[in-house]
Write a protein that binds this ligand. Structure first.
Ligand SMILES: [Zn+2]
Length: 625
């Protein structure tokens, strides 16, 4: 059959990086005094990555082919300012990778496959396995009963039985297909129904039956080439080049039996695909990703809290939005994510929605063509930002303490018809349309959305996660190549990153922030606060009253030492907490002396470049399944 895809276009991009990769100098943290006035530190962290093969023979996989894809280093960047052509704040972090290839022996493999069979529940093939069987070019038919295997139990089994250090990230490639006891199978997660609607995406939707998972309680992500085929990466489709209809070929990785001379991929391409997954999904999107927004923008001042304020606007006489959100659950998840802050989640209600807000939404949804503040930006997508954030914020969001950081969330409970051209949009965490700094969250719920399973709570946690920094696990940035990519075209396979434990996924199987989210946010905060502390320390030392705050500086130095120690020991939560304490104590000293703190210095307030940056929201994926 015809070969649908080549790696050529990605290889062209890859070849560029050999000439463009930056080399960064980086004072190494250990042994240095933790705080150094006015010194900017790039915290350089060695990141071992284990690449584990379960059920593969070395003859199936040439690790040299995988290694050719893998980066030597990664420096996270703040992505949104880059959309405006600005570099964003230097995050002061550099990761240097080492790779460890591990082939598990037959005894391990046999026990693992027995475990899969033991915990799997037999059932009919999924809708997408049947769709695969109906393809013209499929080289076999998936036959039932297939096993439905709990994903997090497999993650836990592997994290435990592999016995690897937890001071490393691990990707496990699974192949059960060559084992005599093989059963067609998919992975499931069914223990977190939607908190508002009770809808259980994991049990009810074929589209949520997976081939990969990880990051729930470990630094491990597994990807099973013998599972599926499945919906999320559309690897059930072996007939069409362009599965999403955008005019580009969508690069997919089929189940392992399709790596065949007669199949969808060349058998020699299996290890290349493993290299692509390791680099463009595991490393760039899960293990060491870049933030969408600068997490330091959301840092409270000395003694300040983080506050989520939900402005619920009622625009459906038959339903009440406050019935479809749990501020307590929202607060619980943010508190679990960033325990080193005091959190508060509050909600006010505008019932019914006022005329000004209603007009702004009707402009946004294309139901009203009036001129308004959006004209300045030339895009009606800017209307919610300019109306609610620029012009009328005090009307909808109360004023809190000066040291508090407030996440403004505008929620519209409305009817299906009132969504106009935006029907299907769950929400978006907007920027400020000037330099890529986060601004406010806008989110939507309607009877149609609720019938599909979506209330407001999960969307609030997802969009709030963006506002606090996080990218999706299906789009991101490659540092050595300097490319930002969505899960489209050549990177279509990046949708597999959604098969991981995080509310930032579109797959709706958890409302929590997972291990990968926490590791990364804490590293970003640790380096951010320590560099802020260095900057502030110089200002304090220049102040004639410096001697009077010496005790605070000593405390801050002790905390900074602790932060660096914990950062190097992979105790990232403790590192972020200590770095925050170091900075906060210097901020106290600054307030005593009347020295200004750097947290309002958003360096990039420059030229409006708003027509170039993408503005798009989070859609419902697979509304039909
Ligand atoms: Zn999103």
């Amino acid at each position: 059959m015809k070969r649908l895809f080549t790696l050529a276009s990605i290889l062209v991009v890859l070849s560029l990086f050999f000439t463009s990769a930056a080399s960064a100098t980086s004072p190494s943290a250990p042994g240095q005094p933790a705080l150094a006035p006015d010194v900017f530190v790039d915290y350089t962290l060695p990141i071992p990555v284990n690449i584990v093969f379960v059920g593969y023979t070395p003859s199936q996989v040439d690790t040299g082919d995988i290694a050719a894809w893998l980066p030597a280093a990664y420096e996270p960047v703040v992505r949104y300012p880059e959309f405006y052509g600005s570099p964003g704040r230097d995050m002061g972090l550099r990761y240097e990778f080492t790779y460890n290839y591990i082939f598990k022996n037959d005894a391990f493999n046999t026990n693992f496959f027995k475990y899969l069979k033991f915990i799997g529940t037999p059932g009919d093939p999924t809708l997408f396995q049947e769709d695969y069987n109906d393809q013209v070019n499929n080289i076999l038919d998936v036959t039932g009963p297939v096993l439905y295997i709990p994903a997090t139990r497999v993650e836990t089994y592997l994290a435990t039985k592999l016995g690897l250090t937890t001071k490393a990230y691990t990707i496990v490639f699974i192949n059960w297909y060559n084992d005599p006891g093989f059963k067609f199978h998919v992975y499931t997660k069914t223990d977190e129904p939607d908190p508002d609607t009770g809808y259980n995406f994991g049990s009810l939707r074929s589209s949520r039956k997976m081939i990969a998972y990880g990051g729930s309680a470990s630094r491990l992500w597994f990807y099973d080439f013998s599972a599926g085929p499945e919906a999320w990466t559309d690897n059930w489709n072996v007939d069409d080049t362009d599965v999403d209809g955008d005019g580009y070929s969508d690069y997919r990785m089929p189940p392992i039996w399709e790596y065949d001379a007669a199949g969808f991929h060349d058998p020699a391409g299996l290890d290349d695909d493993m290299g692509l997954l390791t680099r463009f999904v595991a490393i760039n999107l899960l293990f060491t990703p870049s933030p969408l927004y600068d997490p330091m923008v959301t840092a409270p001042g000395y003694g300040g809290k983080k506050i989520v304020h939900i402005n619920m606007m009622e625009d459906d006489p038959a339903n009440t939005g406050t019935d479809w959100i749990s501020p307590a659950k929202v607060n619980q998840e943010f508190k679990a994510f960033q325990p080193h802050y005091t959190w508060q989640t509050n909600m006010t209600q505008v019932d019914p929605i006022d005329a000004g807000a209603q007009l702004a939404i009707r402009i946004f949804t294309g139901l009203d063509s009036s001129n308004d503040c959006w004209n300045f930006y030339g895009d009606t997508f800017a209307e919610p930002f300019c109306y609610f954030e620029e012009l009328n914020r005090p009307t909808y969001i109360p004023t809190y303490g000066a040291a508090d950081y407030v996440v403004p969330i505008h929620a519209f409970n409305t009817e299906d018809a009132s969504m106009g051209s935006q029907l299907g949009l769950l929400g978006f965490a907007d920027d400020n349309w000037v330099d890529g700094t986060q601004s406010a969250v806008f989110q939507f719920d309607t009877p149609y959305y609720r019938a599909l399973g979506y209330g407001f709570t999960a969307t609030t946690i997802h969009e709030g996660g963006h506002h606090l920094s996080l990218s999706h696990p299906h789009d991101g940035y490659d540092w050595e190549m300097d490319i930002d990519y969505p899960a489209l075209g050549n990177f279509y396979f990046a949708n597999s990153g959604d098969e991981s434990h995080t509310v930032m996924s579109y797959i709706s199987l958890t409302n929590k922030f997972g291990m990968f989210n926490k590791d990364n946010l804490y590293r970003w905060e640790t380096a951010g606060y320590l560099n802020w502390a260095n900057e502030l320390l110089a200002d304090l030392q220049a102040d004639p009253g410096y001697a009077s705050v010496a005790m605070h500086v000593m405390f801050a130095n002790n905390q900074a030492n602790m932060a660096v120690l914990q950062l190097n020991n992979w105790n990232y939560a403790a590192a972020a907490s200590a770095a925050r304490k170091a900075y906060e104590r210097l901020a106290l000293a600054a307030s005593i002396l009347g020295v200004s703190t750097p947290d309002q210095a958003f360096a990039l307030r420059a030229r409006p470049n708003y027509n170039e940056a993408p503005h798009e929201g989070d859609p419902i994926r697979f509304p039909d399944n």
